[in-house]
Design a protein around this ligand. Structure first.
Ligand SMILES: Cc1cc2nc3c(=O)[nH]c(=O)nc-3n(C[C@H](O)[C@H](O)[C@H](O)COP(=O)(O)OP(=O)(O)OC[C@H]3O[C@@H](n4cnc5c(N)ncnc54)[C@H](O)[C@@H]3O)c2cc1C
Length: 285
């Protein structure tokens, strides 16, 4: 299908981009890598009158690593994360998750900001943002603000972004060197969206017991979520087989799962438990 008729602009500054978005009262859309937006245009799922291309905004392409954590500019591509060796220690969970995003050609264009704004419940990056307590920095005609990832995703393909707001960067808190982590994903084919994925980490106290557990689940329900009931199983315990099995049981019992063309809700609940079990075993090892 051909795209609907639309106008195109390629601004050279963030303020110009915001002004263009604001000028159309919800009828303009930013375009980043186009990997989700172009199919949505072709299928007439969205029909904006203006596309605002973000490719000439170099300040959105930076990966900054500091004592405060990792800042990913909205136009950072999956490929940039794969290629950045610093992230292997600065954020190994992010790096592991991104390996599961789509196929080579899509990773070469698709961006972090596009994925966060698109808010697919089965996409890896929104899940990492929620699991890691990321903050999403946005800017619009009323100024800049940050939104906690947990408050940003309101449902499938729905976020807290206003029509004239752009994501500028995603801020992941600092990653301690000794942190234990695991990422496990199941999809029908390599590169497909997750049918279920678990992203988790915990730190350890002096006695080797887990503290600060964060367990996120991707691909079930209408948005990525943390599982506080499973985190409660992990916190304060040595991660042995009994804890791992209990965490898996509690995952399957508490996740929000829906049936779709790929699987029944019961299958997804069971799969989520298996993902948490294997991710936790990998973290403990
Ligand atoms: C075949 C296929 C398989 C895929 N598999 C996966 C997968 O396994 N996992 C996965 O996570 N993703 C997958 N994707 C999606 C891919 O990762 C894209 O990168 C992602 O969907 C959006 O990034 P983009 O830069 O292409 O955004 P675009 O398509 O350009 O934009 C997507 C949406 O975000 C908005 N937007 C873009 N940038 C901003 C910004 N800075 N501020 C505000 N709004 C913005 C756009 O207006 C649009 O609504 C797949 C895509 C395809 C085509």
């Amino acid at each position: 299908m051909k795209l609907p008729p639309l106008e195109y602009a390629c601004p050279g500054s963030l303020s110009e981009a915001v002004a263009l978005l604001a000028s159309r009262a919800g009828e303009a859309r930013p375009i980043a890598g186009g990997q989700s937006l172009m199919p949505m245009l072709a299928f007439r799922i969205v029909a904006p009158s203006l596309l605002v291309d973000l490719r000439k905004l170099p300040e959105l392409r930076e990966i900054k690593i500091s004592a405060e954590g990792v800042r990913l500019g909205a136009m950072v591509r999956w490929r940039d994360i794969e290629d950045d060796e610093r992230l292997a220690t600065a954020h190994p969970l992010l790096k592991a998750a991104v390996e599961h995003v789509a196929h080579y050609q899509i990773r070469n264009r698709g961006t972090v900001g596009g994925s966060i704004a698109h808010a697919d419940p089965a996409a890896e990056m929104p899940g990492i943002a929620v699991t890691c307590d990321a903050e999403i920095a946005v800017t619009g005609s009323k100024g800049a603000r940050t939104v906690r990832a947990a408050d940003f995703f309101l449902g499938a393909l729905t976020t807290a972004l206003e029509h004239d707001e752009l994501i500028t960067d995603i801020r992941l808190p600092a990653w301690p060197a000794k942190r234990r982590w695991g990422f496990l994903e199941f999809s029908r084919r390599r590169g497909d969206f997750a049918m279920a994925a678990a992203a988790l980490f915990y730190d350890q106290d002096a006695a080797g017991k887990a503290i600060n557990a964060h367990v996120g689940i991707i691909g079930l329900g209408d948005r990525p979520r943390r599982l506080p009931e499973v985190e409660a199983v992990i916190n304060g315990r040595v991660i042995d087989e009994a804890t791992i099995e209990r965490a898996a049981e509690v995952t399957s019992a508490t996740v929000d799962a829906q049936e779709d063309i790929h699987a029944s809700a019961a299958y997804r609940r069971s799969l989520a438990g298996t993902m948490v079990e294997r991710a936790l075993r990998s973290a403990a090892a």
